[in-house]
Design a binder for this molecule. Structure first.
Ligand code: AMP
Length: 188
């Protein structure tokens, strides 16, 4: 996807800096050594939610996106608002055992061990245009597995979007594979 006004407009960049300043660092949460990026101060502000959804969603005007796929759980907050904004359906990618119908699943490696995510097998039809979204791109493991799920169902990934990216963790390089555009609104 070509660069849009979101990436090039200086006024938009200023507003993105304001959004960035609202993200709260919580040291040693949920484990010692992790600095958790708390996005709730952003969610508490009406103007911030509107800006986030507009900046991400305006990039899809006329793109004919069929489905926004959000990853549990903070990804759902963004995915549902984005789906409404761009007139797409919503697919929910969840942790194991939460979805009631037949699922497909994908595993990914964590620092210690493995984890799994699932989606209903009828959530995405072959050839549908899909936008994947989550709140944070950290190591990229979760999104890598979400990409596998969409590919298994035959969805066409148009973009992989994040509210914020922790660039020093190299998640982008891990999921990039040169295949799909990756967009993050706020970078640390
Ligand atoms: P990863 O698979 O490492 O890219 O981690 C992504 C998932 O973990 C996202 O769904 C985030 O919600 C969460 N996450 C990872 N690191 C952080 C962090 N430092 N602050 C907030 N959320 C995080």
């Amino acid at each position: 996807m070509e660069k849009t006004f979101v990436e090039t407009d200086l006024n938009v960049q200023k507003e993105i800096q304001e959004l960035r300043s609202l993200i709260r660092d919580i040291p040693d949460f949920p484990k010692p050594g992790i600095i958790f990026k708390d996005i709730t101060p952003l969610l508490h502000k009406a103007w911030a939610i509107q800006k986030i959804v507009d900046f991400i969603g305006n990039r899809y005007i006329g793109a004919g996106i069929d489905i926004v796929a959000g990853i549990e759980s903070r990804g759902f907050i963004l995915a549902s608002a984005l789906a409404y904004k761009i007139g797409a359906g919503l697919a929910i990618i969840r942790k194991p055992g939460k979805l009631p119908y037949k699922t497909v699943s994908a595993t990914y490696t964590l620092e210690y061990g493995e984890d799994k995510i699932e989606v209903h097998e009828d959530a995405i039809q072959k050839g549908m245009k899909v936008v994947l979204i989550d709140d944070v791109l950290a190591t990229g493991g979760t999104m890598g597995a979400a990409i596998d799920l969409v590919e298994k169902l035959g969805g066409k990934i148009v973009s992989i979007d994040f509210l914020l990216e922790l660039t020093f963790l190299g998640g982008r390089e891990k999921i990039e594979k040169g295949k799909y555009p990756i967009f993050s609104l706020i970078k640390f």
